[in-house]
Design a protein. Structure first.
Length: 619
């Protein structure tokens, strides 16, 4: 198939990168599948997920991935005595008012993409394929194979240079050949794995799939594929679209790819990498792409395990492993490989209301680009620590929580562990032993040593840090202790964004002038209609009541008015109660709501993420 960006010549190079890095797995995703050659090449090794924004290309991938060889068309052959290719190639067709291609893209329609004879044959074959399908003479898999075969055969008689943005003023001799539909060529395999083909926007699809290997071959020039192949799209869909202009382009063409516009391409790469739930990522790119290779490298490093990536350069079909890329000069194709850091960091603090378990849901609603992520009610820092941005800001109003996060982030890990173990040894702490625990608790209440509070947190009841009205720690002994899991969490507690700041003040004191409009403010307040002990106002700290809820909603409305983005975690319904303050605020300001939890009728609850931007449009 004459298709822009076809990666047939790169197949062995892609395989080389996989082999050199000992990449293994079950699921391989070809996210921008184009002509389908990559998925076809690897379908004997992996289950393939293929996707393309254009329907005409998705049917080609479907034909290649759903079949071991050309289908037998048993029902068709039984009825007509020949296979459908001979049947169509021998048949004569007569154009009528329903023949869309003839009436718009041949001399009959004052156009010369096709001769009138070939245009008539395209229409006749295309219409009859759907009639055969509706009459159950061919099944869905056979229909896709015939459509794919027709699309590829059409390219052989098109009066173009390869794309459909214009036709040739003078007829090419190729255009005078009689259109014959021939079976699309597919690589024979002994077995077919479970493969799936999509026809979706890549940044939308990536939020719903996961696997082992993600291969990305996006458009990286200004060429708009929807425009370049509009005619093939209309033939494949045969939906009689409204058309305009000399070339008869579809008026309802899908939006130009986000990867064809330099100002948006890098942001969309950022979103794609952030949302990808794949272990291994390979990116095919060019040294003359809209986004420079250096920019792409810096971005991929942010999402890679240990910020490590490898760049392979393939000039003249040879490979070269390089650590820097060269912009300009001869055009070179490259592959960037990295292992995606999909690990969710879990804070060493077991904190009431922690959002560790819904990090993936929060990630799904993030905008395409984040300059600053402000975890404004940071708590255990489970959210902000897992966000990749230019800068992450942790803010926590409660001083003891802030100090605990501060030592966990700033202290040398080995020294911190030694200090913890020294306290445990000094007071003779053991799991569920009350007297040593009470001695440590009394000592902390006298000294206010933050390290001793951290140890108390490890051993207290359900790890809940509770204080009396005098700010004395009063949680009873529990059934928890210092253990290997906690040690691992302490060592791993390093924010994914290394550029971070820590603040200990009220959200109302945030200096908004420091942040640009690509900043995201994340709020996780006490839930007004739930019964958590930390918001009852009886622990020496400000409680969370209707007045505090109103103040927060007013502050959020202020952010909205000033053009900042925010995400708010909250609960609208709980145990037959409704947070009317929140519900009214959502309605008044037209905020967007994504439900992330419904624990059932026994404890009816609707935990939500509320944003002032339509996160569905940021994909």
């Amino acid at each position: 198939m004459r298709f822009l960006g076809n990666k047939t010549r790169m197949l062995e190079n892609i395989n080389y990168v996989i082999v050199e890095n000992n990449i293994s797995g079950d699921i391989f995703c070809d996210l921008f599948s184009g002509s389908g050659c990559v998925g076809e090449f690897f379908k004997n090794k992996f289950s393939i997920i293929a996707n393309d924004y254009l329907y005409c290309l998705s049917v080609i991938s479907r034909a290649k991935l759903e079949n071991k060889s050309t289908p037998k068309f048993l029902k068709f052959t039984k009825q007509f005595g020949v296979d459908p290719f001979k049947y169509f190639n021998d048949k004569q067709f007569q154009a009528n008012a329903q023949y869309f291609v003839t009436n718009n893209y041949s001399p009959k329609g004052n156009s010369q993409f096709f001769t009138e004879e070939n245009a008539t044959r395209i229409d006749g074959i295309r219409i009859e394929i759907d009639e055969l399908y509706k009459n159950l003479i061919i099944d869905e898999r056979e229909r896709s194979f015939l459509l794919a075969s027709l699309v590829e055969s059409v390219m052989g008689v098109s009066n173009t240079t390869g794309t459909y943005e214009a036709y040739l003023k003078n007829w090419d001799k190729r255009a005078f050949k009689k259109l014959e539909i021939t079976p699309i060529e597919i690589g024979n395999v002994n077995t077919i794995k479970t493969n799936t083909v999509y026809n979706k926007d890549s940044n939308e699809l990536i939020r719903t799939i996961k696997g082992d290997i993600l291969y990305i071959d996006p458009p990286y020039t200004i060429t708009d594929y929807s425009s370049a192949y509009h005619l093939l799209e209309s033939i494949a869909k045969y939906d009689y679209p409204r058309i305009s202009g000399i070339t008869g382009r579809r008026q309802e063409l899908k939006k130009k790819s986000k990867y064809n516009r330099k100002e948006q391409a890098l942001k969309n790469f950022e979103d794609l990498f952030r949302q990808a739930q794949f272990k291994h990522i390979l990116i095919s790119y060019s040294t003359q792409g809209l986004v420079s290779v250096d920019e792409l490298k810096k971005l991929t490093e942010k999402f890679a395990v240990d910020n490590k990536i490898t760049v392979y350069e393939f000039p003249f079909r040879e490979y070269k492993n390089i650590q820097t890329s060269q912009k300009g000069g001869d055009l070179k194709e490259i592959i960037i490989y990295f292992e995606k850091d999909n690990q969710t960091i879990k804070a060493p603090l077991n904190y009431t209301g922690s959002k560790h378990s819904i990090i993936n849901e929060i990630t799904k609603v993030l905008p395409r680009h984040i300059s600053n992520f402000v975890d404004i009610m940071g708590g255990a820092f489970n959210v902000g620590a897992n966000i990749v941005a230019d800068k992450v800001v942790y803010n926590e109003f409660l001083p003891h929580t802030f100090e605990l996060i501060e030592i966990l982030l700033k202290d040398d890990k080995k020294e911190l562990l030694k200090r913890i173990e020294s306290i445990i040894k000094k007071f003779g702490l053991k799991k569920a032993e009350k007297d040593p625990y009470l001695k440590l608790r009394d000592n902390y209440n006298k000294t206010k040593d933050i390290y001793k509070l951290f140890v108390l947190h490890m051993y207290c009841f359900q790890n809940q840090m509770r204080f009396n009205s005098k700010l004395e720690f009063n949680s009873p002994i529990g059934n928890c202790s210092y253990n290997e899991t906690l040690i691992e969490r302490i060592n791993a507690f390093i924010p994914k964004t290394h550029n971070y700041e820590l603040f200990n003040h009220s959200y109302e004191k945030i200096d908004l002038s420091k942040y640009d409009k690509d900043t995201v403010f994340y709020f996780d307040p006490p839930y007004f209609i739930t019964s958590a002990t930390y918001n009852d106002g009886k622990r020496g700290f400000i409680g969370w009541d209707a007045e505090e809820e109103t103040k927060l909603l007013d502050f959020i409305a202020k952010l909205n008015e000033q053009g900042f983005k925010f995400i708010l975690s909250n609960v609208i319904y709980h145990n037959n109660e409704t947070n009317y303050l929140l519900a009214d605020g959502i309605k008044t300001h037209n905020y967007f709501v994504k439900s992330i939890d419904d624990v059932g009728s026994k404890n009816s609850r609707d935990e939500v993420l509320i944003t002032n931007y339509d996160w569905r449009e940021n994909i």
